[in-house]
Design a protein around this ligand. Structure first.
Ligand SMILES: NC(=O)C1=CN([C@@H]2O[C@H](COP(=O)(O)OP(=O)(O)OC[C@H]3O[C@@H](n4cnc5c(N)ncnc54)[C@H](OP(=O)(O)O)[C@@H]3O)[C@@H](O)[C@H]2O)C=CC1
Ligand SMILES: CC1=C(/C=C/C(C)=C/C=C/C(C)=C/C=O)C(C)(C)CCC1
Length: 318
């Protein structure tokens, strides 16, 4: 009897949340205020990290900027201050566990309060076919895009839990939900990031006294930041699915964060290949990939990366 009542309640919940999600597309819920929050962003010297810093600051938050590129990170801090915000820049390699824990303590002492929002945004890609990809590059991708999430979350989650207030945001990728050829390192690391994030979200949901700690998983499609320069799908399909403008991507992610949305794929159209991967036979997906030119979409990207590496020299391993 209890089982049947539980089943009925669960089905009602399922239908309620489906309807609520549909309604939220048309009637945007009220966003939560974040003025006075302390937001830490990793990879803040990069394109999306910088825009996140500027957007969070526009909403009244104070930002802590972590990047291992001192110059670009300082530049972000300057831009935040120029728009009247407060920023603290730290040069950190997020793959270095001790450095993460040490700098987290330093932030606590110097800024004088706990980080309440953590945006794990730092990310890299090897940009090489598997058999041509040096092992150190594979390791670097996994360390930056996946291992670092463990170190930063372990550094900041305890205070969020203690105060029952906080928000953990993971900038993953649609390539953490479905894959394509020649980005084995990246897909492995982003699928891992999605797995890490979702398991953490479930863990927090099972602990009743931490319902004030929220999570948002952000999965963007190609963004025009330079990171995936050259990535191309079939021209006709690209007309309905062009690379995203970086600011649009960050604003969509901000909307999701500010309404405590647990997952956002940007644009919404990319929920379809995610569903297709789960529902259709493998061969059907292969057929759609071929039709859309997404089976070989990374070929020109790899050529572009090779040219970039030839011009700038090899990338330092993390
Ligand atoms: N661009 C795209 O098409 C998409 C990107 N994403 C994800 O969005 C995030 C941001 O991407 P985007 O802004 O385009 O990339 P960028 O390369 O512009 O920014 C990434 C930043 O992370 C920094 N970084 C790299 N390694 C470390 C490290 N070990 N410690 C600290 N900082 C580090 C980089 O420093 P440095 O410049 O010195 O390398 C850079 O400043 C990434 O996680 C990416 O995977 C998701 C979907 C699509
Ligand atoms: C595979 C695939 C597609 C193309 C996806 C691409 C090109 C994704 C690139 C994502 C990037 C670069 C993410 C970075 O984090 C389509 C056309 C949606 C159709 C279905 C399958």
């Amino acid at each position: 009897m209890i089982f049947l009542m539980d089943l009925q309640m669960m089905l009602l919940d399922v239908v309620y949340f489906i309807l609520r999600s549909c309604l939220r597309i048309v009637l945007r819920p009220r966003t939560k205020p974040i003025d006075g929050e302390l937001v830490l962003i990793t990879g803040s010297g990069g394109a999306l990290g910088r825009l996140f810093a500027l957007e969070f600051s526009k909403h009244g938050a104070e930002v802590v900027l972590w990047d291992f590129n001192r110059e670009t990170n300082e530049e972000t801090a300057k831009m935040v201050r120029a728009q009247g915000g407060q920023a603290h820049a730290y040069t950190v390699d997020v793959t270095n566990r001790e450095e993460v824990y040490r700098t987290a303590d330093q932030v606590r002492k110097e800024v004088g309060r706990d980080v309440t929002y953590l945006v794990n945004n730092a990310g890299v890609v090897a940009g090489e076919r598997l058999l041509d990809c040096p092992d150190t590059m594979v390791e670097r991708t996994l360390k930056v895009n996946c291992h670092a999430l463990f170190w930063t979350v372990k550094a900041f989650l305890p205070q969020m839990k203690a105060k029952n207030h906080g928000h953990i945001i993971t900038i993953a990728s649609v390539l953490g939900l479905f894959s394509t050829a020649c980005v084995e390192d990246y897909c492995a690391s982003k699928f891992a990031a999605v797995g890490f994030h979702e398991s953490l979200a479930h863990e927090l949901l099972t602990e009743e006294d931490v319902d004030g700690v929220k999570t948002t998983l952000v999965c963007p499609y190609v963004v025009d930041t330079g990171m995936f320069d050259g990535c191309r799908i079939r021209e006709e399909v690209e007309l309905i699915l062009p690379p995203l403008e970086p600011l649009y991507c960050v604003q969509q992610a901000m909307n999701a964060i500010l309404i405590d949305q647990p997952l956002v794929c940007i644009p919404r159209l990319t929920y379809l290949p995610f569903l297709a991967r789960a529902l259709l036979p493998w061969e059907s997906n292969v057929a759609t990939y071929r039709f859309m030119g997404s089976d070989q979409c990374m070929y020109p990207f790899i050529e572009t990366m090779r040219k970039k590496r030839a011009a700038n020299g090899p990338i330092k391993a993390a």
